[in-house]
Design a protein around this ligand. Structure first.
Ligand code: AMP
Ligand code: MG
Length: 324
């Protein structure tokens, strides 16, 4: 490849590399520009809401000795951190739990890197790099954070009604009318009724966002709290968007007592060694808390009626695909 000389007088011309041309032309699509503009207002509204509710916004953690194990396989790149293997953040769950020692209510716009399996490349819902608004509340129960999430979404929609009318007109999309509390469905009953693809099936037929609650223990990570009154059932929830847009957020109460954390790590067949620094920190005391993490790109996709989360980003990292 011949690089341009950079001498003054060079006339701009199309880059030789088709991947660079593709990345630049992505930005030229009117729907992408509208999606990015919508995302800008969604971020503003979310930040405004949590500040107004008395939350402290903490800075994102990008690299740490350990990160969210997740409940599905993703590639596991490590970086050499002065001779120690560190991981890139898949979610800030552990750090926001630790942050509870310092502040009772925290939120963070947290960039997550997940090298998702290639099968997920055409869901319209997955990117390698995305942002979660991760929220945690000390001493809260599940009900409290479900209400908080409903109020946050309602605030976003109200904000957009005032500040994004032209973008919606351009996208040919109407803002949803939200009337919380959103309906709730029992995870196990929904699955028994609709089979393994129940989440997307229900998403397609629902006219409103809805909650899936009481997820069975093996379906989630070790940090989601088991219901003391119902062994095997977690005090957690997912919010699902309507119109087939799928999962919006996951959250719930957290295991905070060391014996429960150790028992749950073992039950997952994971090694305590892998989570050593987190376990050590838990030994010093983790306050009880509940929270959730909502994917910004998926929220923007649903609100804007976009076909893919990539349309919410100027520089989307698509699964298995080169990107600027
Ligand atoms: P999880 O920790 O997997 O429940 O993810 C939390 C939220 O982040 C999900 O509910 C989605 O809104 C969003 N999310 C998860 N994975 C991705 C991804 N690969 N691309 C975009 N958004 C994602
Ligand atoms: Mg989830």
């Amino acid at each position: 490849m011949s690089l341009p000389s950079g001498a003054s007088g060079d006339v701009p011309s199309a880059p030789e590399d088709a991947r660079v041309r593709g990345a630049l032309s992505h930005m030229d699509h009117p729907r992408v520009r509208a999606g990015v503009r919508l995302g800008s207002e969604v971020r503003r509204a979310l930040g405004e809401f949590f500040h107004r509710e008395g939350f402290v916004e903490i800075a994102p953690v990008l690299v740490a000795p350990v990160t969210d194990p997740l409940n599905h396989p993703v590639a596991d790149p490590t970086v050499d951190y002065y001779g120690q293997p560190f991981q890139l953040t898949r979610s800030m769950i552990f750090h926001k739990q630790l942050a509870m020692r310092a502040f009772p209510r925290v939120f963070v716009f947290s960039p997550n890197l997940r090298f998702e399996p290639r099968e997920r490349s055409s869901t319209g819902r997955h990117l390698v790099e995305f942002t979660q608004v991760d929220v945690e509340v000390r001493d809260a129960d599940r009900e409290e954070v479900m209400t908080l999430a409903e109020r946050a979404l309602t605030h976003v929609v109200d904000h957009l009604a005032q500040h994004a009318r032209r973008t919606f007109a351009q996208l040919g999309r109407r803002l949803p009318v939200l009337s919380p509390p959103f309906p709730r469905r029992d995870w196990r009953a929904a699955r028994a009724e609709h089979g393994p693809e129940f989440e997307m099936a229900l998403s397609r037929e629902s006219p409103t966002p809805f909650w899936l609650v009481d997820i069975p223990l093996p379906e989630r990570e070790f940090y989601d709290r088991e219901d003391p009154a119902r062994p095997g059932v977690l005090r957690d929830m997912d919010l699902i968007y309507p119109e087939g847009y799928g999962e919006a957020l996951s959250g719930g109460e957290r295991e905070f007592e060391l014996p429960a954390i150790l028992r749950r790590i073992h039950a997952k067949g994971q090694s305590v060694e892998q989570f050593r620094w987190y376990v050590e920190a838990a030994q010093a005391g983790l306050p009880p808390s509940a929270g959730f993490g909502i994917g910004v790109e998926r929220l923007v996709r649903w609100l804007g009626g976009l076909s893919d989360v990539a349309e919410t980003s100027l520089f989307p990292k698509r699964i298995g695909t080169w990107s600027l």
